[in-house]
Design a binder for this molecule. Structure first.
Ligand SMILES: [Cu+2]
Length: 414
C-alpha cells in the first residue's frame, strides 16, 4: 500500500482494514461451520433429519448480531468519509480542470501548471471541473478519487505531511488517450512552493513561458515575429549567435555576433546598436522594463534558463500555448496524423470538407475558421473525424492569437 501521508486518508485505511478483516473472519467462521455440519450431519451419523420449528433466541441472535455488525461497519466507513468530505476552513484553493487528455491546475494568483504543486502540511481545496466529458481525479497516495462531471462543480481536499512526488490518474475512461492523463502531485517545502508560485524557482517550461509572457506584455510581438518572417522589425527566433551588421550612433558600421550583451542593449537602448536596414523605430525599454525582466527575455531569446542551461531551441510562441493547452495530445505539427485530429501542418489556407448533420460543404481554413474551430463555435466537423475536440471558449485573446499565428506558421497545403 502507498505510505500514509494524509491524515484523513488514515481513516480510509482503517475502514478498509476493519472491513477486510471482518470479511476474512466471517469467511473463516462460515467455512468451519460448513465443514463441521458436513461431518456432524452426515447421513451415516444422523439418518433421520430433525424437524425444528421456531427458536426465539436463535432468531433474536441472527437478527440483532448482523444488525450490530452492519451498523459498526457503516460507522467506520461513515466516519472516514466525513473526514474526507469536511474541508478545513482556510484551505488553499486550486482549480483542477480535466480535459481530453490532460490536467490543468490554476492557483489563486492565476499561475497555471500541468502538475499539481502543493506546500507540505497545508490543506488544499481542489475545485474540480471538466471541459468535456466525465473524468475522475484519482490520487492513490491521498486515497482520493472523485468524478469531474461537465457542468457540475465538485471539490475534494488533500494534504500531505511528507515532501515527495505522487501519481495522479484519470480513473474514468474518457476516450482514446485516457491512459495519458497521468501527472504528478509535487509536494514541496512551504518556502519552495512559495518560490515556485511566485515564479522565481523555475522549471524549463515555466522559464520559457515567463519570457514569452513578458514579451507579450511589453508588446514585442506587435513588431517582431518568431517564425522567421520580417514584420516592421527583424524576426527574433534563432537570434542567438547570428551575425549582425550594426550602425553605431556616430554612423560607423560594425559586424558583431548577437550575444546576451547585444540583445540586452537592443532592448534597453535600441538606437545604440541599430540593425542595418531597419528604421530606428523600436522604443527604448530602459526604465520601463526592469533589469530582471529584461534578463528573462534575453535568456528566452538565447534559449537558456537563468542558470545558463540551454532549453530546447527557441520555438514559436504559439507552440508553447499549444503544449500548455494540450492541443498536441490530438494534433500534430509535422503533417502526420494521429487519426484523432487533422495535423496543424498545412492546415492554414487549405481547402477542407466539413459536415454538420447530413450537410456537407467545402471551405478554406482561413484565420476566422481556425479561430471558430478553437472556440468551437462552429458545429461543423472536419471530414473523416468525429466531433471530439473540447471547446476552448475561455482562452484569452492573446493565447488564441498565438495559436492561430502558430498554425499559420506551419504553412498551407498549396
Ligand atoms: Cu479522463
Amino acid at each position: 500500500m502507498y505510505p500514509q501521508i494524509f491524515s484523513a486518508a488514515k481513516d480510509v485505511d482503517r475502514a478498509f482494514l476493519i472491513i477486510l478483516g471482518f470479511s476474512v473472519f466471517i469467511l473463516v467462521v462460515v467455512t468451519i461451520a460448513m465443514l463441521w455440519f458436513l461431518w456432524r450431519y452426515n447421513v451415516k451419523r444422523s439418518p433421520v433429519a430433525a424437524d425444528i420449528r421456531g427458536n426465539f433466541w436463535a432468531e433474536v441472535i441472527w437478527t440483532v448480531l448482523p444488525t450490530i455488525i452492519v451498523l459498526g461497519l457503516f460507522w467506520t466507513g461513515w466516519s472516514s468519509f466525513k473526514a474526507m468530505r469536511t474541508i478545513p476552513d482556510g484551505a488553499m484553493e486550486v482549480l483542477v480542470e480535466g480535459r481530453m487528455w490532460s490536467w490543468k491546475f490554476t492557483y489563486a494568483n492565476g499561475k497555471t501548471s500541468q502538475e499539481l504543486y502543493a506546500p507540505v502540511d497545508t490543506p488544499l481545496r481542489l475545485k474540480l471541473s471538466s471541459r468535456d466529458v466525465i473524468h475522475s481525479f484519482y490520487v492513490p497516495a491521498m486515497r482520493v478519487k472523485w468524478d469531474l462531471v461537465p457542468g457540475m462543480d465538485t471539490e475534494v481536499w488533500i494534504q500531505s505531511d511528507t515532501v515527495g512526488e505522487y501519481d495522479i490518474f484519470c480513473a474514468e475512461y474518457c476516450g482514446l488517450k485516457h491512459a495519458d492523463m497521468i501527472t504528478l502531485l509535487k509536494v514541496l517545502p512551504a518556502e519552495d512552493f512559495q518560490a515556485w508560485l511566485d515564479g522565481s524557482a523555475e522549471t524549463e517550461g515555466d522559464e520559457i513561458l515567463r519570457g514569452l509572457a513578458l514579451m507579450e506584455e511589453y508588446g514585442c510581438f506587435d513588431c517582431h515575429t518568431m517564425d522567421g518572417t520580417d514584420d516592421v522589425a527583424p524576426p527574433l527566433n534563432g537570434i542567438a549567435g547570428k551575425e549582425r551588421l550594426i550602425i553605431l550612433p556616430d554612423g560607423a558600421k560594425r559586424t558583431i555576433k548577437a550575444d546576451s550583451h547585444y540583445i540586452k542593449t537592443s532592448i534597453m537602448d535600441p538606437g545604440a546598436e541599430l540593425v542595418d536596414g531597419w528604421d530606428d523605430e523600436m522604443p527604448p525599454y530602459e526604465g520601463d522594463l526592469s533589469d530582471e525582466d529584461a534578463n528573462v527575455i534575453v535568456n528566452y531569446l538565447l534559449g537558456k534558463d537563468e542558470s545558463g542551461k540551454p532549453f530546447k531551441a527557441l520555438e514559436h510562441p504559439g507552440l508553447h500555448f499549444a503544449k500548455v493547452e494540450g492541443c498536441l495530445k490530438c494534433h500534430t505539427t509535422d503533417g502526420t496524423t494521429t487519426g484523432r485530429a487533422p495535423s496543424f501542418k498545412g492546415l492554414y489556407g487549405s481547402t477542407i470538407t466539413v459536415r454538420k448533420d447530413n450537410k456537407e460543404k467545402m471551405l478554406t481554413a482561413d484565420e476566422e475558421y481556425i479561430r471558430q474551430s478553437i472556440k468551437h463555435s462552429t458545429k461543423w466537423v472536419a471530414e473523416g473525424y468525429v466531433d471530439s475536440m473540447p471547446p476552448y471558449d475561455d482562452l484569452n485573446e492573446e493565447t488564441i492569437e498565438g495559436l492561430i499565428s502558430f498554425i499559420k506558421s506551419l504553412g498551407g497545403k498549396d
